[in-house]
Design a protein around this ligand. Structure first.
Ligand code: GDP
Length: 296
C-alpha cells in the first residue's frame, strides 16, 4: 500500500506522544527527531524536511499547546496539518474552458507512466464530466508509443488522432483542427518523453505548447523515484510553466518522498494520482485524505 513504511513509522511517533499525559519540550524534541528520521527514510527532500520540522516545532511550542488540554492530540493535529500543507492543502482540479475545446498537454519522462495516465485521465473526464474526449498522438520518436495510445484508445473507445511519425507540431495543429471541427470538448495531447531531460526535447515541448496554447500542461512524475521526482518537476516547470502533476505508480510507493516533496520544490500542484495498471486506478489527489492515510 502507498506510504506504508512512512505511515507506520510516523504513527509510532504519534502514539508515543499521545500516550503521555503531559508533554514538555524534551518530548517534543524527541518526537521531532523521529519525524525527521521518518521523512528522511521516506526520501523527502531535505529543504522540505527542514521547513516541515521547523513549522511543527514552532507551532507545538508556541501556542500554549503543552500546557493545554490533550497536548499529544494537539501535536498530532499540527503534524497532520503540516503533512496536508506540504502536499498543497487544497484539491486542485482541471480548468476547463467555459465553452469550446479544452486542451490538455501531457509531458513527462519516458517510463513515468504518461501514456497510461492519458488513458486514465481521458476515461475519468468522460465519466465524471460527461465530456467528449479525444487524444492526439504526438510522441513521434517511438512508434511503440503511438501503437500503445491507439490500443488504449480502442480499449476505451476514445478516438486517437495520429499521422504517424511526422513533425509533432504539425500533428498537433491538424489534430486540434480535427477536434474543433468534430466538436470535441477535451483533447489530451501525448508528447515525446525521453529518459532524461534534454534541451532538444524541451524545445519541442515549448514549440508544441506555442501551437496548442493548452489550458493545462500536466506532468507525469513517478512516485517510485522519490524526491528526484520533485527536481524533475522543477525543471519541467521552469521551462514550460506546467499547471499540474499526475503522480504515478503510487500503488508501489511505500515511502512517499515524491508526494511530499513535489509541491514544495517545484510549486506544481499534484492534481491526480495514478495507482495501478488498470484503467480505473486513477483518482483526484486530495492532500487532506493523503495526510489522513499517512497518519492512520
Ligand atoms: P510512458 O513511457 O511514460 O508512456 O509510460 P507507460 O504509460 O508506458 O508506463 C510505463 C510502465 O509503468 C508500464 O508497464 C505501465 O503498465 C506501468 N504503469 C503506469 N502507471 C502505473 C501505475 O500507476 N501503477 C503501476 N503499478 N504501474 C504503472
Amino acid at each position: 500500500m502507498a506510504f506504508d513504511s512512512l505511515s507506520s513509522r510516523l504513527q509510532m511517533a504519534m502514539r508515543r506522544i499521545t500516550g503521555k499525559g503531559k508533554l514538555n519540550e524534551t518530548d517534543i524534541d524527541e518526537m521531532m527527531r523521529e519525524v525527521r528520521l521518518s521523512l528522511l527514510e521516506a526520501d523527502v527532500n531535505l529543504k522540505v524536511i527542514r521547513q516541515f520540522t521547523n513549522n511543527v516545532k514552532e507551532k507545538a511550542l508556541g501556542q500554549k499547546i503543552l500546557s493545554g488540554l490533550n497536548p499529544g492530540q494537539q501535536v498530532v493535529k499540527i503534524v497532520f496539518d503540516e503533512l496536508k500543507r506540504v502536499m498543497g492543502d487544497e484539491t486542485v482540479g482541471i480548468s476547463y474552458k467555459a465553452s469550446g475545446l479544452t486542451t490538455i498537454m501531457t509531458v513527462g519522462l519516458q517510463g513515468t507512466g504518461k501514456t497510461t495516465a492519458i488513458g486514465k485521465l481521458g476515461a475519468f473526464i468522460r465519466k465524471t464530466e460527461k465530456k467528449k474526449v479525444m487524444f492526439i498522438a504526438a510522441d513521434i520518436y517511438r512508434p511503440a508509443a503511438i501503437d500503445q495510445l491507439m490500443t488504449l484508445g480502442k480499449q476505451l473507445d476514445i478516438f486517437v488522432y495520429q499521422e504517424g511519425l511526422i513533425k509533432a507540431q504539425t500533428i498537433v495543429k491538424n489534430g486540434l483542427k480535427y477536434a474543433k471541427d468534430n466538436l470535441y470538448d477535451v483533447v489530451i495531447i501525448d508528447t515525446a518523453g525521453r529518459l532524461n531531460i534534454d534541451a532538444e526535447m524541451m524545445q519541442e515541448l515549448i514549440d508544441v505548447k506555442e501551437i496548442a496554447k493548452p489550458d493545462e500542461i500536466l506532468l507525469t512524475v513517478d512516485a517510485m523515484t522519490g524526491q528526484v521526482a520533485a527536481t524533475v518537476a522543477q525543471s519541467f516547470h521552469e521551462q514550460l510553466n506546467t499547471t499540474g502533476a499526475i503522480i504515478t505508480k503510487l500503488d508501489g510507493d511505500t515511502r512517499g518522498g515524491a508526494a511530499l516533496s513535489i509541491r514544495e520544490i517545484s510549486q506544481i500542484p499534484i492534481k491526480f494520482a495514478s495507482n495501478g495498471e488498470k484503467m480505473d486506478a486513477f483518482e483526484v489527489f486530495h492532500p487532506e485524505r493523503m495526510a489522513s492515510r499517512i497518519l492512520g
